[in-house]
Ligand binder design. Sequence first.
Ligand code: R5P
Length: 294
Amino acid sequence: MRADLLLHFDDEREAALRLAQACGLQTATVVRHHFPDGELRLQLPTPIPDRVVVLRTLDRPNEKLVELLLTAHTARSLGAKHLTLVAPYLAYMRQDTAFQPGEAISQRIVGRFLADLFDAVITVDPHLHRVATLEEAVPARQAVVLSGAPLLADLIALRRPGALLLGPDSESAQWVSQAARRHGGAYAVCAKRRQGDHAVDIELPDEPVAGRAVVLLDDVASTGHTLAQAAHLLRAAGAATVDVAVTHALFAGEAVRRLREAGVGEIWSTDCIAHPSNAVFMAEALARALDSLA
Ligand code: R5P
């Protein structure tokens, strides 16, 4: 399926141009104005074709969700019949249950919100833990999941051939196993217990690490505490090098400094979220996913 237009926002121009080049789409910017009181005025290009793709990665998501609400409704009112959201990072996927009475199950609420706005949603490595498929979290007519792990695995194989791939927690097993299979390398997974936003306990696996190059691979780094704690233990256990590869470079606050202080060397990420660590680019994979939509 070829959409007719790729809509994007000014702060994602570079990613939009990479995607447009990969899938041969025309691009147009949704013009944003912030009123002095914080409200938004958006303006879409006219005319709007039948099929429209909206690129919006959902790090720092709160205002972006309002942008998507205004954009999708306006596109429909201007005649769009089919709307696809390409959200390389999909926010609010980690809160997938009520851990305390009264807690919002954000994954379900935000997923439903997006499914009501868009016919199709394409994303990369959404954090699905207690939920098996993206459709359960985002019940759009089509929900497509890509992974950054193969491209990160290729990069790691080039930059740290023979490295042990280590997942910092049980949820990362899916990505490290996939990445290790691709190049026939070894992998292992740590055990993690999160005590709070800024406190995690990590236990290294039995796999020996002394003298070895280790690459920590995960879907997302937020505060960096998970990877920093793992890196610290690996260094203490004698790992020769510890590098980090993540799909989603959220890197909130002092996360990068925290990783450096823990002994991390290289930090690599996909361009799902723009960050100086971006080392692999998802445009080709996203273009193939767009092509595969009905
Ligand atoms: C959660 O299980 C994720 O896979 C990441 O490990 C987690 O979100 C990282 O968070 P932080 O960087 O704040 O430790």
